[in-house]
Design a protein. Structure first.
Length: 57
């Protein structure tokens, strides 16, 4: 997945999370699941950035 695709997925998941929080609250099971999905995407992005940074050193 390209960097641009990953960033798009992150933004989409953020929007989804905000909508779910407004509808179900912060502690709903669905909110926690979507938040974890977003965390996973962010970790993928950060891992890719870290690898790129190390290869440029």
């Amino acid at each position: 997945m390209s960097k641009e695709q990953l960033l798009l997925k992150i933004e989409q998941k953020r929007t989804e999370l905000v909508e779910i929080v407004l509808k179900h609250g912060f502690t709903a099971t669905v909110t926690i699941k979507v938040s974890q999905d977003l965390d996973h995407l962010l970790n993928q992005y950060n891992t890719g950035r870290k690898k790129k940074s190390l290869s440029n050193s």
